[in-house]
Design a protein around this ligand. Sequence first.
Ligand SMILES: [Zn+2]
Length: 144
Amino acid sequence: MDIWIKRASRAATCVYCKEEIKKQDFMVIGKLWRKLKSGKTWLIMLRWHTQCYIVQGVAAIKDKEIREPKIEKRGRKKSILPDDIRIKRLKIMRRRASVLQRIKAEVKKPKKKQKFEVLVHLGSLLDKCKDEIKDTGGIPTTWD
Ligand SMILES: [Zn+2]
């Protein structure tokens, strides 16, 4: 839907409150194309008082939030962790990032120069990170 704001060039009816939008008042216009399966299209023009547009928009979002509550995000969970745990968690994440870098660097080397033991060792470090972070609020979903 295209949305814009303009002064009413003539009186119109607000789709939200059904009251008149007076000529020369600001209003929000929504242009909506609808398409039938037959391919026939038509245009719907919606007009709101500017404040009604905001009210209905906010109401629609609030309504959606009630109907589809958000699953608690990883980021939110982190913020309720005590500081010392959060710092510990951050350290583990950094350590893991550096291990990943080292794995990348090792894998980039020509096959002959790659050391299997090094990769095994780095792999075990990754597992260790996973083990440790479990106690600081769980394993991040991106780690799998
Ligand atoms: Zn209105």
